[in-house]
Each structure stands twice: as C-alpha cells, then as structure tokens.
Design a protein around this ligand. Structure first.
Ligand SMILES: CC(C)(COP(=O)(O)OP(=O)(O)OC[C@H]1O[C@@H](n2cnc3c(N)ncnc32)[C@H](O)[C@@H]1OP(=O)(O)O)[C@@H](O)C(=O)NCCC(=O)NCCS
Length: 251
C-alpha cells in the first residue's frame, strides 16, 4: 500500500563525495579469481572507489553533506536533524551522526544512524520526510554512506566485486503541493538475512558455512544467492539457516 506524507516534503539540495582511489576490475583480477569479462556484463561495474586505510564513513559523509548545504545556501547551524544511513558506521556508538554533527558544526541538530543496508537511504529519506511532515521539524539532512571496502570478504568473489565506498547527502524541506515525495512503499523480508550478514553485533555469531577465517567485521554469505531468489530451494535454505543459527537465551 502506497503511503503519503501529510505535507509535501522534497529534496532541496544534494551533495556527494567518494574516495580518490579507483579499483578497476583488472585490479581485482590481480588479487582474486575473477575478470573484467565476468564482472562487467553481469553487473555493469567497470570500477569502484575504495577509501585509503584509516578513512571511515564520517570522512565521506561530512564533505557530502557540506556540499549539499553549500548548494542550498544553508548554514550547518540551521539543520535540525541528521540521519545517517549506513551499515559501516565509524563506531557502533556513538552514532556516526554524532561525528558528522560535531565536525560540520550542526549545533542545533539531533541525529541518529539508520541501519538497513541497500535500503538504508530510502528508509532514511522517508523517515526524515516524515519528521518534517509531522510539523515538528523543517530542515533535515539525510546521508547515505558506506565504506564497504572495510568489510568485504575478499574470499567471496561473488560479493567482493560488487561493493565500493561513497556518500550521498540530501537536504529535505517542505515544498509546494504536488512536488517532492509523492508516495512510497516499504517492506522488509527477513528470510534472507542469514545469507549475507555482518557479525559485529552483541548476538553470538553463527559459524561461517565456508572454511575461511573472518575478520571480526567481515561480512559473509552462508549459501549461494541466486537471481531467482524466491525459489523453493532458497526458501527451504533460509528456513533451515535461521534454525541452525538460533542461539540459546543467555543466562
Ligand atoms: C552477481 C550475481 C547476480 C551474478 O549471478 P550469476 O550470473 O547467476 O552468477 P552466479 O553467482 O550464479 O555464479 C556463476 C558462476 O560464476 C562464478 N563466479 C561468481 N562470481 C564470480 C566472479 N566475481 N568472477 C568470476 N566468476 C565468478 C561462480 O563461482 C559460478 O561458477 P560455477 O558455475 O563454476 O560454480 C550473483 O553472483 C550474486 O547474486 N551475487 C551476490 C549478490 C549480492 O550479494 N547481493 C546483495 C547485495 S546487497
């Protein structure tokens, strides 16, 4: 069911930032068993950007948001909310939103991180828009940022070739009727969660299905993913996967 905002809210400025370092498909084929001939036709990817060691999500988010503010002619102090959509925060807490708030000088904002992987920016966008549509806030910044190179499992070529690093920022404000976000629809499906995950939370992690030694923050696939993801085989695999990873309550 399509949802509608109670007031029209839209994007009034955008900004972006990505690292200098370009990693081509040929660069990857030098360190893993893959090739430009395999990657490009299947994914459309010719190269991706990776941060230099030591750079984190806030290092990309701050210049992206600053660009959006500059383009809008808005001061950081005018921001009321900062939402950072990321699965690779600088730290689990404080939120990366706190680091961005402090570094950008948004002294009147509150903020938080929103974790929803590929869907993160869209969820953050409508969450931020909802805060404005409620009438409580007028100027919200939403940044989608990830440093996927920090968690890539280089022993899994089916995912390692897909991900890069970068940030995109938008400013949200009330707009004229008929403009902005007209409607939206969100749903999640937790069935596939065990196929691709990052074991960095407080729950005891299941053992990886493949014989590789993960770094504590690497993410892993536990079973093949297929483009026909809703097949019966996939559903059965998902059900047994969750069963296998259920952990006893802690005493
Ligand atoms: C990218 C993708 C869609 C391509 O699908 P596909 O064309 O059906 O390819 P498959 O993954 O089934 O792999 C086909 C073959 O290519 C091989 N292959 C996989 N990745 C490869 C790579 N990067 N380079 C070379 N060969 C590769 C596989 O090992 C397999 O070989 P096999 O037949 O000898 O076993 C698929 O690999 C995929 O779904 N990857 C994970 C996507 C993902 O993680 N999405 C979540 C994003 S949030």
């Amino acid at each position: 069911m399509a949802r509608r905002l109670a007031r029209p809210v839209g994007i009034t400025a955008t900004g972006q930032h990505y690292p200098e370092r370009v990693v081509t498909n040929d660069d990857l084929s030098a360190i893993m068993d893959t090739s430009d001939e395999w990657i490009r036709p299947r994914t459309g990817i010719g190269s991706r950007r990776w941060v230099e060691p030591g750079q984190g999500a806030s290092d990309l988010a701050v210049p992206a948001l600053q660009m959006a503010l500059d383009r809008r002619g808005m001061k950081a102090e005018e921001l009321e909310v900062i939402i950072i959509a990321t699965v690779t925060p600088d730290t689990l807490f404080p939120a990366t939103a706190c680091r961005v708030q402090q570094r950008i000088g948004a002294t009147n904002a509150f903020g938080f991180d929103l974790s929803a992987a590929c869907s993160g920016f869209l969820y953050a966008l409508t969450t931020g828009a909802g805060l404005i549509a409620s009438g409580a806030y007028s100027r919200v910044a939403v940044v989608g940022v990830d440093v996927m190179s920090s968690i890539i499992n280089m022993e899994d070529r089916t995912t390692a070739v897909l991900f890069g690093d970068g940030a995109g920022a938008v400013i949200l404000e009330q707009v004229e009727e008929g403009f902005g976000i007209l409607d939206f629809e969100h749903r999640i499906n937790g069935e596939g969660g065990c196929f691709l995950y990052m074991p960095a939370g407080a729950r005891p992690s299941p053992p990886p299905a493949r014989p590789w030694r993960p770094r504590s923050t690497s993410f892993t696939r536990r079973a093949p993913m297929s483009s026909s993801g809703q097949s019966g085989r996939w559903r059965r695999a998902a059900a047994s996967c969750w069963t296998a990873t259920a952990s006893p309550a802690r005493s």
